[in-house]
Design a protein around this ligand. Structure first.
Ligand code: HEM
Length: 255
């Protein structure tokens, strides 16, 4: 993670006094971090998969009206592009899986590895049939990991930076806390978890501009909970909860 941030800050050095599109920068940063964590490789190596316009398309497509029957044969440009990206992701994950398997065969490695993909390949080769996962499940897990992790973290970073740019008092407080904790050294996990001001800033940014606006829960039947009757499919509108004056007070919309 530190090397990915260093790469980004290096790029920023060449932009002094010029505008930086931080939203694009954070998109690249999160792709890079997830890619390194999941595949132990840098973003550039796994680039094909991680051009995840797919998450945007998936969101767009999820809210589109479709005509039963017709939508099977007639697809929108977005749906066609999403399908193409899905095939691309499939090919890339299978190719990377094969590389990991080959390394074991040629004895370049003594196992499938301990990163995210390595653990999945391990499960794919599990000798216990009940625990073994299929190649479809393996690819699906990779997609979920990326889609769930990338948009969320990059939008969170973007909003947090914007809020800090507006509220310079909090920017100063955050800077002081980080310098007091780490000086000029790289941050480490034990220290990061103790950063109170930074945690407050990130939580407040997530409250105001949450990357996930609602969550769905499905149960087998309608349930009565006290006075409430909960339907089988329940949409938890966390966006509404985050902006409820009864919970947060009249200044709910303020940072
Ligand atoms: C600010 C950053 C993030 C936010 C706000 C966030 C938010 C959420 C929420 C609300 C859910 C629950 C969705 C539901 O239950 O309906 C979820 C699930 C999940 N998140 Fe995150 N997430 C963030 C970062 C990440 C990262 C960095 C990763 C991994 C790289 C990740 C991977 C996942 C996975 C795998 C799931 C489960 C998805 C599933 O099984 O359907 N998330 N996230």
């Amino acid at each position: 993670m530190i090397s990915s941030v260093e790469m980004m800050l290096d790029r920023w050095k060449h932009h002094q006094d010029k505008e930086i599109d931080v939203s694009e920068e954070f998109r690249l940063l999160t792709l890079e971090v997830i890619s390194r964590t999941a595949f132990g490789s840098s973003y550039l190596k796994g680039k094909k998969i991680f051009e995840l316009k797919l998450s945007v398309l998936a969101n767009q497509n999820a809210f589109k009206l479709r005509f039963p029957g017709i939508s099977k044969f007639w697809k929108t440009a977005d749906e066609k592009e999403a399908e193409k990206l899905v095939t691309g992701i499939w090919d890339s994950v299978v190719e990377m899986t094969k590389k990991i398997e080959d390394k074991l065969l040629t004895k370049e490695a003594d196992g499938f590895g301990t990163d995210f993909l390595g653990s999945l390949v391990n499960a794919y080769h599990d000798t216990d049939e009940k625990k073994r996962i299929s190649i479809e499940e393996l690819v699906d897990e990779c997609k979920t990991f990326y889609i769930a992790g990338q948009e969320t973290s990059s939008t969170m970073l973007g909003w947090t930076l914007l809020l800090l740019a507006i509220h310079t008092d909090w920017q100063e407080a955050a800077r002081k806390e980080v310098i007091d904790s780490f000086g000029n050294k790289n941050p480490h996990l034990d220290g990061i978890v103790k950063l109170k001001t930074m945690t407050m800033i990130i939580n407040e940014s997530l409250r105001l501009y949450r990357p996930v606006i609602s969550m769905t829960r499905k149960v087998e039947r309608e349930v009565q909970l006290g006075k409430l009757i909960l339907p089988m499919t329940l949409h938890v509108a966390n966006m509404a909860l985050h902006h409820d004056t009864q919970i947060w007070g009249e200044d709910v919309h303020l940072f």
